[in-house]
Design a protein around this ligand. Sequence first.
Ligand code: FAD
Length: 274
Amino acid sequence: MKTEISIEFFPPQTPEGIDKLRATRARLAELKPTFFSVTYGAGGGTRERTIAVVKEIAAEGFDAAPHLSCIGSTRAGIREILGEYKAAGIRRTVALRGDLPSGMAEAGEFRYANELVEFIRAETGDWFSIEVAAYPEWHPQARSPRDDLKAFARKVKAGANSAITQYFYNADAYFNFVDEARALGVDVPIVPGIMPIAGFTKLARFSDACGTDIPRWMRKKFESYGDDVDSIRAFGLDVVTGLCEHLLKGGAPGLHFYCMNQAALTTEICRRLG
Ligand code: FAD
């Protein structure tokens, strides 16, 4: 049976980046993803760029899922962007709270993602299939794992159809999260987010910020490779492919790739997965 995959992009800042993303997309299209999603800067920082990439993907005949983060936004602003996506025939969105960029103090009219999910349902009924974020290793601001799990269940209850997780390298964290969510009555698919590993320094910094644990055995090996990019890439591919195999064997309903606008690693992992 074919594994369902989806692939996430960020909206490029330059014309060269846009061209490069087109080439990346053409390669990744060969994997026949269910959808391509496009991130959205909290507070509307990437608004126009996200909309442009989403429309381009849809015009190429693919399912496009714009992310929509609500922190720093007004209801009127979100209503407008939903209207624009609806008019463009977009049927899926990833609904998030987002994180305000430092220095941006305006919190707006939404506090948490469940309020955005409720708003989308109230405004547009069943038009959109809504994805929400899930955190197998817990969101860094959560008061406790229990509170985070309840917040997740609340988002789903508000009308989400499916969830995508933060990336992680501990499969047990994912399986435990799914079991606990099921025990709370959450029955939507929880798709693991997969971050292919292109380099270690940036990944380590980013993982610290978003609360992803890089297990010691992996960290030690990556550190031992120093600047040897070929070894980092080879080990990263082995680790992430093994993780994907383990997740799929354990019942994961699909895979969502954070491809960082690059085709090579995601393509290679999928090739190895067959
Ligand atoms: P929420 O579900 O609202 O949760 C945020 C925090 O608040 C959690 O700690 C939760 O436990 C807590 N919480 C929730 N409800 C309550 C309550 N009622 N009372 C007290 N605490 C509560 N960011 C972007 O800016 N743009 C993107 O495009 C983007 N895409 C992403 C895609 C995926 C798949 C994932 C996993 C993350 C993405 N992010 C994106 C990052 C995300 O916006 C951040 O992780 C953000 O900090 C939380 O967003 P959320 O939607 O999970 O928030």
